[in-house]
Design a protein around this ligand. Structure first.
Ligand code: FAD
Ligand code: NAG
Ligand code: NAG
Ligand code: NAG
Ligand code: NAG
Ligand code: NAG
Ligand code: NAG
Ligand code: NAG
Ligand code: NAG
Ligand code: NAG
Ligand code: NAG
Length: 655
């Protein structure tokens, strides 16, 4: 295969007095491959950076110092000891690239470099971005994920960037600082731009961040002083009706650019008569941190994890990974988490059949029951039925707390209990079949005199059932800290452990925490999970993924956040003791989880760590809690222990 694509370099930059003009348009890349990559590359993947392109750039630049900033790594062997000796460079440091260098970078990128500002800076009159009209609109939309995903630097959970610039009334201070929002972002639409950004960050010792949507629970897409690679616009989609995968799979598949989001993937799959495994949440990315971290779905109890669906991936280094090509990378990128060794540019996943699907939504509060005992007995009856629900291939997403609000617990000791079934989703089931499955639980609710009104919704395909039952969730606030645990089947088969779990739920709420839980398994009833992924093994035996959260308010000082965070981490010991050999889902977990590597990665950790050293020995890719993160610390500027958020310089771990 031989294809020539032109990297269109337009614009101009001034370098040491000479003006670099659009003459760089001559740079082009030729992809010559003896083996046809499987699947074929997307257009955005064909525009690649090569030594030849760099040589031509260098000839135009006529300055080796600058040209070398964009060079690929030399072949000299780098070992961990050599490179873990210096902190990443930040703005204000003498080693920080000059403005003229950033201009050259932007020119080479074809103008896709963005000097980022905090999204809410338009609300601050002392900022050049001040704009009352824009501020009003941002404030109105602040809790909506669309606002943050469309911004090159914003993240959904500003706690992890240091709550540095928030619109009123969400603000903690009356100033707007850059915080841990990256300082530059590359709005990538080609592989060449990704390669250029990676080379520049490596050669200049910059902190590098990858942002897709910014949904990560621990703000993994932020980083103080960083250069960010923003993958949001890698939106290509292609149906491959008869894909032959290296692992033996032969059947329908869909190739998605890594910027494709859940709702786009579901709509595309429906349009071609299929469904795909994706998250419950409308705007989570499909191909970024979600699949890399394992990815749970309303279809997981039926078909397994999102990572199980992947047949091939393409990565910005630039390689194709499958079960026969770069198989160790393929293993690592399906379960080992985002931001580890490279940037995924596309993934090819199984296109699953369309199944009729029923969803059920209902809620009750303690006032809909004879009293607290009946309320908790009703919750206990749900736990008694987890096994049969999961074994039928269903999924449930529920909230429990004490508050007159929909979500959360107002204060410790509040008995204003509520239970909310956001949605119980039954793939391949009619309404009558779903009613029959729910009967044992609903009979006990009836016997307890709990009043509730289940709303049944049915469609002949997954998308149409999902779209009305999973409203978009609120984001944008900094008032929650979560911890989580996967609890295995053995817990629910043992009367004592099941009872302890039930008592723990009640204790959590009584202590001021709230629960966001799922009945779910990482082993779908319709499939055998693949054995060549790095998905946390605890997912395979799980019957539930339980998130427990503590809360404070917008103006709470950092000391309250620290205490509250430690409290929920400590409280989780109850579930850790009930299921000591299990683990926690890295993408919805506790940043300060004890024995974090074991909890998030299980037995896979030593191999993941070794691969990290093999493919990224200099630690160019970093994210809090990611593989190898324990070798680094974020020297937070907020009054918090190191590595509690991203608002600080990234340095090799001291001592
Ligand atoms: C409201 C909400 C609902 C959620 N629902 C679900 C759910 O139903 N199921 C579920 O499993 N999870 C869910 N999550 C968690 C979700 O899986 C994680 O937040 C995940 O990290 C999101 O990935 P992202 O790429 O969209 O986000 P980002 O925050 O942009 O990225 C997450 C991490 O992946 C890295 N990354 C992103 N793209 C790439 C890439 N192309 N190559 C390499 N690294 C990359 C980033 O650097 C970062 O470290 C939910 C989160 C929220 C806030
Ligand atoms: C480099 O420039 C030369 C001269 O303009 C051109 O012939 C060649 O194709 C370019 N090489 C690449 C890889 O773009
Ligand atoms: C090359 O660029 C660097 C950085 O801008 C500058 O300091 C140096 O003087 C330049 N060298 C020449 C020969 O122009
Ligand atoms: C670097 O190593 C690769 C693979 O070992 C080899 O193909 C390439 O020619 C080497 N490049 C240089 C500049 O030595
Ligand atoms: C939040 O911003 C508003 C408006 O700028 C300001 O009046 C208020 O004092 C700020 N709140 C805090 C806690 O600083
Ligand atoms: C990013 O690039 C996309 C695609 O080229 C473009 O539509 C969008 O406006 C750009 N966004 C920003 C903030 O530059
Ligand atoms: C769906 O249900 C039908 C009928 O019970 C069954 O034959 C089929 O195997 C089921 N499909 C899946 C994916 O479980
Ligand atoms: C439920 O209500 C019925 C009728 O009011 C009553 O007889 C029964 O004792 C109640 N049961 C419980 C468990 O509260
Ligand atoms: C709770 O259920 C009642 C009906 O039983 C319904 O009117 C209400 O909208 C539900 N609330 C939520 C938050 O789902
Ligand atoms: C369940 O636990 C509660 C409190 O922890 C205890 O009172 C009760 O006897 C237990 N029930 C069973 C069946 O073990
Ligand atoms: C907010 O938190 C502060 C500090 O914990 C507390 O003093 C205050 O009462 C809280 N305000 C509200 C409205 O909950």
């Amino acid at each position: 295969m031989k294809t020539v694509w032109t990297i269109s370099l337009t614009g101009s930059a001034t370098l040491a007095g000479a003006t670099l003009t659009s003459s760089l348009t001559a740079a082009a890349t030729t992809i010559t491959s003896t083996v046809t990559p499987t699947p074929a590359l997307f257009q955005h993947e064909r525009v690649q950076l090569t030594e030849g392109v760099l040589e031509n750039c260098s000839a135009v630049l006529q300055n080796d110092t600058v040209a070398n900033m964009f060079a690929f790594p030399r072949n000299s062997t780098v070992s961990k000891g050599d490179v873990l000796h210096s902190c990443k460079v930040m703005p204000g440091d003498t080693a920080w690239p000059l403005d003229t260098t950033w201009d050259v970078f932007d020119t080479l990128l074809g103008g896709s470099l963005i000097k980022t500002v905090p999204l809410a800076s338009s609300c601050y009159s002392d900022r050049p971005e001040y704009d009352a009209t824009k501020c009003a609109s941002i404030t109105t939309d602040w809790l909506s994920s669309e606002l943050h995903m469309a911004d090159p630097a914003s993240i959904m959970l500003p706690l992890y960037e240091g709550r540095s610039c928030l619109p009123s009334p969400y603000n903690y201070t009356s100033s707007c600082e850059q915080g841990a929002y990256p300082v530059y972002a590359v709005n990538v639409t080609t592989v060449a731009q990704i390669q250029l950004a990676i080379n520049f960050a490596r050669n200049q010792n910059l902190r590098l961040v990858v942002k897709n949507t910014g949904h990560d629970f621990n703000g993994k897409a932020s980083g103080k002083g960083a250069l960010s690679i923003w993958t949001h616009y890698l939106k290509e989609k292609e149906y491959l009706p008869a894909f032959k995968a290296a692992n033996g799979y032969h059947g329908p598949a869909i190739k998605f650019g890594s910027g494709v989001q859940v709702w786009e993937a579901y709509e595309f799959a429906k349009s071609i008569g299929h469904s795909v495994v994706g998250g419950e949440a409308v705007t989570v990315g499909l191909g970024g941190g979600y699949t890399a971290g394992g990815g749970h779905s309303p279809l997981s109890s039926m078909y397994g994890m999102a990572a199980d669906q992947v047949l091939a991936m393409q990565d910005g280094r630039f390689i194709t990974a499958s079960s026969t090509e770069n198989s160790d990378v393929f293993w690592m990128l399906r379960g080992g988490g985002g931001s580890t060794i490279g940037v995924v540019t596309s993934l090819t996943v199984k296109a699953l059949p369309q199944l009729e699907t029923t969803t059920v939504t209902f809620n009750f509060t303690v006032n809909d029951t004879p009293g607290p005992d009946a309320f908790w007995a009703a919750v206990g009856s749900y736990l008694d039925n987890f096994e049969s629900f999961v074994d039928a291939g269903t999924y449930g997403y529920y909230y429990i707390g004490a508050s007159s609000a929909e979500i959360g617990t107002t204060y410790a000791g509040d008995t204003d209990y509520y239970f909310r079934m956001e949605s119980f989703l039954a793939p391949n089931m009619s309404v009558a079949q779903t009613e029959a499955l729910l009967a044992p639980w609903f009979n006990s609710l009836n016997a307890l005199n709990v009043s509730y009104t289940p709303w049944y919704n049915h469609a002949d395909n997954f998308h149409d059932a999902w779209v009305v039952s999973f409203p978009e969730e609120y984001v944008g606030t900094d008032v929650v800290k979560t911890a989580s645990r996967l609890l295995p089947r053995s817990v629910f088969q043992n009367d004592d452990l099941r009872n302890q779990t039930w008592a723990a739920y009640q204790d959590a709420v009584d202590q001021g925490l709230f629960i966001a839980g799922f009945h779910i398994s990482g082993t779908g009833i319709a499939v055998e999970p693949p054995t060549d992924t790095s998905v946390l093994p605890a997912w395979r035996d799980a019957l539930t993924h339980v998130i427990v959260g503590s809360q404070w308010n917008f103006t709470s000082p950092w000391s309250v956040i620290e205490d509250s965070s430690l409290f929920v981490t400590k409280w989780m010991d109850v579930l850790r003791d009930i299921a000591p050999d299990s683990g926690a889902y890295m993408s919805e977990a506790d940043l300060i989880e004890p024995n974090l590597q074991e909890a998030f990665y299980g037995v896979n950790y030593p191999r993941l760590y070794a691969l990290k050293q093999k493919y990224d020995p200099t630690g160019l890719f970093f994210a809090l809690t990611a593989v190898g993160a324990e070798d680094w610390e974020v020297q937070t500027t907020d009054p918090l222990p190191y590595s509690w958020n991203n608002n600080g310089r990234l340095c090799p771990k001291s001592s």
